[in-house]
Design a protein around this ligand. Structure first.
Ligand code: FE2
Length: 334
C-alpha cells in the first residue's frame, strides 16, 4: 500500500466529518508518529513514486513556489500532504498562513524558532518589531513538529540534504503569512502577490532585453507604490539586482521615500544576499560537519549569538558540546 495514502486516509478518518478543528496539528503529528519512516526513502523512492503512476494527486499547491519541487502526495477537501524536496539553502523566516505538522523524511535540517514582538504597522503588510531566536535544533529523519498558525510558530529551516525531504500535512487555509528579517522587519508575503511576482518577472525580462535602460526604468517604478510593494519587488528580484545598485541608488530612494522603514528593507535584503553567498559556499563544501558550521553563519555571523541560542534551547548542556554532537550526527547520516 502507498505509504502516503495510508497516512492521509488514517488522518482523514481521525478528523471525522465536518471542518478541521484547532486540534488538527496535534492529530496530524500523532498520525505521522504512527508510521515509521521507510528506511529506503530518498530521491530514488520519490522518483519511483512520482514517475511510476499515470496520474498524480491533484497538485493543489501548484503555484506555491515553496519546495524544489513541492509534490502533493495526498489530498482531500480539507487538507493535503506534500513532500518538499530541498537542496542546500534556507527558507525565509516565516509564520504560517496554515496549520498542520511536518516530518523530516530524509537528509537533515537545522530549524531555528523565533518569537516576535510587533511594535508598529507603518503600512498594511509591513510590520516593525523585534525578532528573538528562542530555539535551534538539528532535525533528522523521523522528527515531527506541529505547525501552529500565524505568529504562533515562526521559524526558518536550513536544509542540508541533497535533497532533504520533508513531509508536510496542512490544511488548505489561507491565513495571513509574514516573512521576517533578523532586523525585526515583517512583510506580508501573500498580499497582492500575483501582481508583485509578475511585475518582478516583467522587470527581469526588461533587464535581460535592455540592460542599459534597466536602472532608470526600475527606479522610476520604485518611485510609485507603497513600502510594501517596494519590499516585495526587491525580495523577488534579490538574485537579479547588482548589490552596488541596491546599496547605492535603490537605498537612497527607499530612505528618501520611507525613512527608517526603507532602511530596514534594504538592510534585510543585504543580509539575505550575504546569506545566499554563504549557501553557495555550503553547496561547494563536501565535509558535512564543515557544511553545518558554515550554514550556521548565515543566521548567526557572531559565534557568541549562536552559542547563546543553543544554550537557551538546551539549558542543561554546554552549547559547544551540543554543536559538536550535531557535527557527529550529520557525519554519520551523510
Ligand atoms: Fe514553515
Amino acid at each position: 500500500m502507498d505509504y502516503f495514502k495510508e497516512i492521509g486516509e488514517k488522518l482523514s478518518a481521525r478528523c471525522g466529518g465536518g471542518e478541521l478543528g484547532e486540534n488538527f496539528p496535534e492529530l496530524a503529528a500523532g498520525v505521522l508518529a504512527e508510521f515509521p519512516v521507510p528506511t529506503d526513502i530518498g530521491i530514488e523512492f520519490m522518483a519511483d513514486w512520482a514517475l511510476g503512476r499515470e496520474r498524480l494527486p491533484e497538485q493543489v499547491n501548484f503555484h506555491s513556489g515553496f519546495g524544489e519541487p513541492p509534490l502533493v502526495v495526498y489530498e482531500e477537501p480539507r487538507f493535503f500532504a506534500e513532500v518538499l524536496h530541498w537542496f542546500h539553502g534556507r527558507t525565509s523566516i516565516h509564520g504560517h498562513g496554515f496549520y498542520g505538522a511536518y516530518q523530516v523524511l530524509a537528509g537533515y535540517s537545522v530549524e531555528a524558532e523565533f518569537s516576535y514582538r510587533r511594535d508598529e504597522e507603518p503600512v498594511p503588510g509591513i510590520q516593525v518589531g523585534e525578532l528573538d531566536p528562542r530555539g535551534l535544533r538539528l532535525i533528522t529523519p523521523g522528527d515531527i513538529t506541529q505547525i501552529l498558525p500565524e505568529e504562533a510558530f515562526i521559524h526558518t529551516v536550513m536544509h542540508m540534504g541533497n535533497p532533504s525531504l520533508t513531509l508536510v500535512i496542512r490544511n488548505r487555509g489561507e491565513l495571513v503569512q509574514y516573512d521576517y528579517a533578523m532586523n525585526g522587519l515583517g512583510i506580508d508575503a501573500h498580499r497582492d502577490s500575483q501582481t508583485h511576482v509578475r511585475q518582478a518577472q516583467v522587470l527581469c525580462a526588461y533587464h535581460a532585453a535592455n540592460p542599459e535602460g534597466f536602472a532608470t526604468r526600475f527606479l522610476e517604478f520604485l518611485q510609485a507604490g507603497d513600502a510594501h510593494r517596494l519590499a516585495r519587488i526587491l525580495k523577488e528580484m534579490e538574485r537579479e539586482l547588482d548589490p552596488e545598485f541596491l546599496v547605492g541608488e535603490i537605498r537612497e530612494l527607499a530612505v528618501a521615500r520611507f525613512g527608517s522603514v526603507g532602511e530596514l528593507i534594504i538592510d534585510s535584503l543585504t543580509q539575505t544576499i550575504r546569506g545566499n553567498m554563504i549557501w553557495d559556499e555550503v553547496a561547494e563544501t563536501e565535509d558535512p560537519a564543515m557544511q553545518l558550521r558554515t550554514s550556521l553563519l548565515d543566521l548567526f555571523p557572531e559565534n557568541e549569538d549562536l552559542l547563546k541560542v543553543v544554550g537557551r534551547t538546551f539549558p542543561d548542556r554546554d552549547p559547544a558540546d551540543v554543536l559538536d554532537s550535531w557535527a557527529e550526527t550529520v557525519t554519520k547520516i551523510s
